[in-house]
Ligand binder design. Structure first.
Ligand code: ADP
Length: 421
């Protein structure tokens, strides 16, 4: 309602301005009409009509060019009246604080109130933000040394958030200044993850490399003339190069997945055929580990939209893990079933083993890159620690879900729910 009143006042003001600007034209016209009236004796009705037309001409928006210019200025004046500093601050999504030259808060937008508890107009900024970098920022703009400045500032409580804060004076001679806080926490988190990932990958590559280089040294030195040791060392070196190659393959798979974040639409995957070929390809590994793979597939077509090679990799990684880590159970059951009627329509592929299972506390983290329950077991099983993170990545692209259920001592079940459309 208040805005409506402000609008009406603005329009009345614009009309008054127009009438005032046309005052000489109106006066001249009035004199001319009176003169003609006096000379020709025209009726009073005609006179009134002429006056009304003159008034309308003065008020018409599409008047002379000069008037258009004046209209523009009047409209701008109305617009600026409505564009209050408060509205502008509210339209900014980042926390924003306006303060005066005594560093007292004059206004803060809603984002600032949400981010910094306990701020209020009238409060001293120097008391609220005591960090030296913030004090230096405020001093810099308030002393007039710089018109604007930027610092990085971390707010510790209630949760740690990293901001890039810019301070600048508002216009000329307003004696007002503005602080804008850009939240950098997400970007920092991604940077940290990237750095961790590189550190982990380098560490994983360095370990086999150190072992290979150690054996080369031994072979050139003490074991130079020992054929039995040479054979044994060469075998270890070969398995270490295999480990490095597997790691590089997995790293490349992950980066390929990141490079093409969207699936090519319109391709269907026959899950029966895909899972069948995964089981066939892992036959030798299962036999080697003394594991029997059982199939329990639903009747009829089992097609889902997706990328066949990627889904092949998902089931290969899951079945390989079941054969390796669930080896002691002696069997693995692969089930393909149509999803429950009450949930989202789709197909569930479950790979269940009867091995040691996964302790509950590890389940939420098991799909993280390089996360293993036991590093030594993973290494002896030729694991890279990247298998399940590749699975998760591919499933996300397929709008699919992975659920992991396990009872320690009884085995683990990895269920993939793939939507049918
Ligand atoms: P890795 O290359 O080490 O196998 P994954 O990402 O595939 O890496 O798996 C991560 C970890 O999850 C494994 O190191 C293992 O500790 C655990 N894990 C995966 N599958 C199973 C399973 N079926 N039973 C028990 N533990 C498992």
């Amino acid at each position: 309602m208040a805005d409506r009143g402000a609008d009406d006042r603005g329009v009345a003001q614009a009309i008054a301005t127009r009438l005032w600007n046309s005052r000489w034209l109106l006066a001249a016209s009035l004199v001319a009409v009176l003169a003609v009236y006096a000379l020709a004796g025209i009726s009073a009705y005609v006179l009134l009509l002429a006056l009304a037309m003159l008034l309308a001409a003065a008020l018409l928006p599409a008047g002379a060019t000069r008037q258009t210019g004046e209209n523009g200025a009047a409209i701008e004046a109305i617009g600026l009246q409505r564009l209050s500093g408060e509205y502008l601050a509210a339209a900014v999504a980042d926390p924003l604080i306006i303060f005066d030259r005594t560093a007292t808060i004059v206004h803060a937008n809603a984002a600032a109130f949400a981010a910094f508890g306990g701020i209020a107009p009238g409060m001293s900024l120097s008391l609220k933000f005591r960090a030296p970098e913030m004090q230096a920022l405020l001093d810099g703009v308030l002393s007039g040394d710089v018109a604007s400045d930027v610092v990085d500032y971390t707010e510790k409580l209630p949760v740690e958030r990293a901001y890039r804060v810019s301070a600048s004076s508002v216009g000329h001679g307003t004696d007002l200044y503005v602080l804008v806080f850009k939240d950098q926490s997400e970007a920092r988190r991604i940077d940290r993850m990237r750095a961790d990932f590189i550190a982990n990958a380098s560490h994983e590559l360095r370990t086999p490399l150190a072992s290979i280089s150690g054996f080369i040294e031994t072979l050139r030195g003490p074991a130079r003339n020992d054929p039995a040791a040479r054979d044994q060392f060469l075998q270890i070196m070969q398995s270490q190069t295999g480990r490095m190659a597997r790691l590089i393959d997995d790293l490349l798979s992950l980066s390929r997945l990141e490079m093409k974040p969207y699936l090519k639409p319109g391709t269907e995957v026959d899950l029966r055929q895909t899972v069948d070929s995964v089981i066939d390809s892992l036959g030798p590994l299962a036999r080697e580990n003394g594991v029997v793979i059982e199939r329990d597939f639903a009747e009829g077509p089992l097609d889902v939209p997706g990328d066949r090679d990627e889904l092949f990799q998902v089931f290969e990684n899951l079945l390989e893990n079941a054969c390796k880590y669930g080896q002691s159970g002696g069997r693995v059951v692969v089930t393909i079933a149509r999803g429950d009627a009450d949930s989202e329509p789709g197909i569930d592929v479950t790979i269940r083993d009867f091995g040691p299972g996964i302790p509950e506390e590890h389940i939420p983290r098991i799909t993280e890159r390089f996360y293993r329950i036991d590093v030594e077991t993973s290494r002896t099983q030729k694991g890279t620690g990247l298998g399940l993170s590749i699975v998760k990545h591919i499933l996300t692209r397929h709008n699919a879900r992975l659920s992991i259920k396990s009872e320690v001592g009884k085995g683990a079940a990895f269920q993939v729910h793939l939507p049918t459309h």
